[in-house]
Design a protein around this ligand. Structure first.
Ligand code: TXE
Length: 483
């Protein structure tokens, strides 16, 4: 029997055992709201304390485990994710609502992340230097930070937990993982694989429940040495305050309002393709989504016509159906937020070009058409993160103006440009105020082995992914020895 044939009943995983919750919650299929995907355990503060206590107790043993042992555990998790990507992808599509190909791709990426960090576990490096004083040797080594609290959002329920859990364990830390309330079954399915990977009891714990209770306990608890968080700016600020005020290490990945600049010399089809993929795929629910399309005057009208034609042809529907381009919005409140922004856009004078209507399909779900507006920089739909399939085109006089518009945002996650000019591409890579830049590529869609993260209000703390993950998940020790 497949995971997706049954109503799942995920339980917490604490100290190597599966544990019932103090209460129960449900997750719903956004493509068919009549279907309950999971009835999951929800924890209170006491159960969260138990999970943190287990991680603290397991720390000395796991911190001293051999790189070989860590690599084998992570490699096993990666292999199983890759081998079961279709089945787990179906679960992801059912619970979160991204299309089946996108979901399968995400599970595969999670598998690759575990395999990458299996390799990193055996490549942990240090340095040896001669002291400036005679006869003394200096060693610089990396040690685990301790217990890591991992707080994940719903929009990448396999990949984001994977890019946090895998490096945490690779560098010898222990973990308490809290998935988002909308996607407990995905969090549980990942935890279930990790539970069979040969870790000592308590090295990895899964605890499900609300941000207010479980999340808040994790960020305030004195035994949690570091917190890695991805989610909204508002919650991120709360996490920052609670962790820094008690001296814990913290890493935040938050919102984006990412620009895609299109210059007159761009390949128009390629640019429209980048805009469609970047703004609307995964229903626009990506922190790297290109929600601001900044197009120079010479190509503006042609770009808008072509983009509108592409949007008209996009198939919106049940995430599990073959041939669908865009699945539903994740839940009712996100759908209402998206609809509210469409009204704000109209009221503020943005010009509606296409879409945004709620639509019905064979199953009851949170479906809406992709929406496109022509906007001015001061419009809220052009400056605030909506986190839905809504994009704005803004007209720029020339490249310099386009760059200024691109940088005119409190966010700084990703910035893209479509151009055939080497001069402008190189200049943009250098001057875009973002953690990641893309030339002739969609702003969304990144590799698993290189750093991920932004500037300004998008991110805080060291980068995630690639070997740069060591900055967050290890602490440096400098040792002197009289030789
Ligand atoms: O985010 P939250 P949600 C944005 C997007 C979306 C909005 C809400 O605009 O509409 O955020 O999404 C946990 N202490 N993004 O509700 O609330 C919470 O349980 C500790 C953008 O998912 O930030 C969940 O596990 N933890 C973003 C996680 O924090 C707390 C991706 C994220 O929840 C907590 C997702 C607390 N007090 C949403 N309160 C992006 N740009 O990638 C909540 N949590």
């Amino acid at each position: 029997m497949k995971l997706t044939d049954i109503r799942l009943q995920p339980r917490h995983y604490i100290n190597g055992a599966w544990v019932n919750g103090t209460t129960t919650g449900i997750s719903i299929n956004p493509s068919n709201t009549a279907e309950v995907v999971a009835e999951y355990a929800r924890a209170d503060r006491n159960q969260t304390d138990d999970a943190i206590g287990a991680a603290a107790d397991a720390l000395p043993q796991w911190a001293l485990s051999t790189p070989q042992r860590r690599a084998e555990a992570l490699d096993m998790v990666g292999s199983e994710l890759l081998a079961r990507k279709e089945e787990l992808g179906e679960l992801l599509a059912r619970e979160e609502g991204k299309t089946l190909p996108e979901s399968i791709g995400e599970v595969a990426r999670a598998g690759q992340l575990f395999k990458f960090f299996a390799g990193e576990a055996i490549r942990i490096q240090g340095e040896t230097l001669a002291s400036v004083r005679p006869g003394i040797q200096v060693d610089i080594t990396r040690e685990p930070v301790g217990v890591i609290g991992i707080i994940a959002p719903w929009n990448f329920p396999f990949a984001i937990p994977a890019w946090k859990i895998a490096p945490a364990l690779a560098y010898g830390n222990t973990v308490v993982f809290k998935p988002a309330e909308l996607v407990p079954a995905c969090g549980w399915a990942l935890a279930e694989i990790i539970s069979r990977s040969g870790l000592p009891a308590g090295a990895f714990n899964l605890i499900m429940g609300s941000g207010r209770e479980v999340g808040q306990t994790l960020i305030e608890h004195p035994a949690v040495n570091a917190v890695s968080f991805t989610g909204s700016v508002g919650t991120g600020k709360r996490v920052l305050e609670a962790t820094t005020s008690r001296g814990a290490k913290v890493q935040l990945e938050m919102g984006g309002k990412n620009p895609l600049v299109v210059l007159g010399d761009a390949d128009l089809d390629q640019a429209v393709d980048c805009a469609v993929q970047g703004a609307y795929f995964s229903t626009g629910q990506r922190c790297t989504a290109s929600s601001r399309l900044i197009v120079t005057r010479d190509i503006h009208d042609a770009f808008v016509v072509r983009l509108r034609n592409r949007l008209e042809a996009l198939k919106v529907g049940n995430a599990l159906e073959r041939g669908i381009d865009m699945g539903p919005v994740v839940d009712q409140s996100q759908l209402e937020q998206n609809q509210a922004y469409l009204n704000i856009g109209r009221e503020e004078g943005a010009v509606h070009v296409w879409g945004g209507e709620r639509v019905e399909r064979a199953t009851p779900g949170h479906y809406m058409l992709p929406a496109l507006f022509l906007a001015q920089p001061e419009h809220r739909i052009a400056s605030e993160e909506i986190f839905g399939p809504v994009a704005c085109v803004m007209e720029a006089q020339n490249y310099e103006h386009a760059l200024a518009l691109a940088n005119d945002t409190p966010f700084g996650l990703c910035a893209g440009i479509c151009t055939t000019s080497l001069k402008h591409a190189v200049h943009f890579k250098r001057h875009a105020q973002a953690g990641m830049t893309m030339v002739n590529l969609p702003t969304a869609g990144v590799d698993f082995h290189v750093p991920f993260g932004g500037r300004k209000e998008s991110s805080y703390g060291p980068r995630e992914q690639g070997r740069y993950a060591a900055e967050f998940y290890t602490t440096v020790k400098t040792s002197y020895m009289l030789a």
